[in-house]
Design a protein around this ligand. Structure first.
Ligand SMILES: [Zn+2]
Length: 328
């Protein structure tokens, strides 16, 4: 009986160690997109057209965040500030080198890898959703852990609330703000008719990256609906600039992505479960697209809590086991 217990403890401990240490990402050094150049030891910048820049963080293999700077005649709009702060980097000096115009900062959504230094920005425009507005006091909006995936989420000073579908005039360039839920509730997409492009955040990005990002499998329906809307409204005259990896994804890739999401929803995708540094993940792959979801179901926060409880339980068993051995 004692031996059985020993075997069980060793088995669970090894699984937990594997789960904590192994890394499911192949050590793949992601290439730079065409036209992009290093501007320091962390950021690369390239021009998508005469008034649009993409700023990427290729050193974060897992994330490879890409933020965008849209210039008008009078104002500039920065869409996301990236992952930088986690690596102690700041995108603003890069932005200042690219434009002298006053900069509005907007966010595709509030996940940690898009909001670096959000609390330090002085002209943040936030999508005007009733539940966010209600939470804000004197235009100070404290984000939540589930919104940011941060244990100590920041407080944003909101300079302006922008209604869904409202149009921002940057001066000879109009950008429409769309609320497209799925990846998150506040997920924001920018539509730029002048250059026939959309900035899609994490709703749709470079699918060659490891993750088609579905943090919460209960949101699959919303993600499919929003992607269907994109497919139905636009066509192959438009390009799609997502918040990870290469900009300028095509309409063809978008339709493939929709098929992939639908196949996931209909449970017709093949899958495998692997151990990663954030717990067990189920990986789905098809046509060069890849998606990871928490194997236990629910959100990534949910998964973290399960991992911690699981880890503590094992630790307790190990301690009991060692103390029993020492008493002998
Ligand atoms: Zn992201």
């Amino acid at each position: 009986m004692k031996n059985t217990l020993k075997i069980i403890v060793i088995f669970i401990t090894s699984i937990f160690l594997l789960t904590s240490c192994s890394d499911n990402k192949q050590k793949f050094v992601y290439p730079l997109w065409e036209g992009a150049k290093w501007v320091d030891d962390y950021y690369i910048v390239g021009q998508l057209d005469e008034q649009t820049y993409a700023i990427s963080e290729p050193k974060n293999n897992w994330y490879y965040n890409t933020s965008y700077l849209l210039l008008g005649k009078d104002k500039a709009l920065l869409f996301d500030t990236g992952y930088g702060s986690v690596a102690n980097k700041d995108i603003m000096p890069v932005v200042k080198k690219l434009t002298d115009l006053p900069v509005i900062t907007m966010y595709s959504h509030f996940h940690l890898d898009h909001i670096a230094n959000i609390e330090k920005q002085d002209n943040v425009w936030i999508i005007d959703l009733p539940y966010l507005r209600e939470r804000a006091k004197d235009n100070k909006l404290t984000l939540t852990t589930s919104e940011t995936l941060l244990f100590d989420p920041p407080t944003v000073t909101v300079s302006k609330w922008i209604k869904p579908n409202e149009i921002i005039d940057l001066g000879d360039r109009k950008v429409q703000v769309l609320n497209m839920t799925g990846h998150t509730t506040e997920s924001t997409v920018l539509f730029d008719e002048k250059y026939k492009q959309l900035f899609t955040g994490d709703l749709f990005y470079d699918p060659r990256l490891d993750y088609v990002d579905l943090h919460d499998d209960t949101k699959a329906d919303l993600l499919v609906n929003s992607t269907e809307k994109l497919v139905a409204t636009y066509n192959d005259n438009y390009v799609f600039n997502g918040a990870h990896g290469f900009p300028k994804q095509s309409y063809t890739t978008l339709t493939k992505y929709l098929d992939f999401l639908k196949a996931y929803k209909n449970k017709s995708l093949n899958s495998e479960t692997i151990a990663t540094s954030i717990g067990f993940q189920t990986i789905y792959e098809k046509d060069g697209m890849r998606m990871a979801t928490p194997t236990y179901g629910g959100s990534i926060t949910h998964q973290l809590i399960i991992n911690i409880v699981f880890g503590l339980l094992i630790l307790m068993l190990v301690v009991i086991f060692i103390r029993k051995r020492m008493r002998k």
